[in-house]
Write a new protein. Sequence first.
Length: 190
Amino acid sequence: MEMPHPDNVQMPDPVVSARPNRYSFWKLALLIPEALCAAVLALLVIFLVISVFSRYAMDLGLTWSDEFARLLFAWMVLVGFAIAVRHRANVGVDWLVCKLNAKGQRAVAIAQDILILAFSVFFTWQSWVTVGFSLMQRLPALDVTIAWLYASALAAGVLMVIYSVANLIDSLQARMPPSHAISNETMLIE
């Protein structure tokens, strides 16, 4: 059996094959913060184990350990909060919403997304102001500006704006992200 030569193989039309995935930006905007959050969690666990070991086993306290742990924890929690916005994992009681028809549920979802977007914009603006004021202060043990701590809120705010816009687009187009595709029957408690 004769194998085709690489020069004789027909390649697909580059216009058709190079068509970009329309959701690639949104997937990337979610995957990067999730990976960073997981990396920060791993770093925090490793750091705390080393800190506890050095304090109790070697009787050597690290003076900067509390500030560093606080810094990592703030970044992990606030970026995690933003990720929860995209997954629509905010706390809510949907007993009444589940009793509405599909049109009513869509209207409530759109209203919720608009409120979350408004809060996210306000949160981002206030975080920006806070970071600006905190540039003069320093963390004493780490000897870095405290803006590194407050920048976690700013990063979370920017991500929340991006994710709430994505959620609003999904609601307006009557789509839900895969993490929200739970049937109403599983949500009702009899």
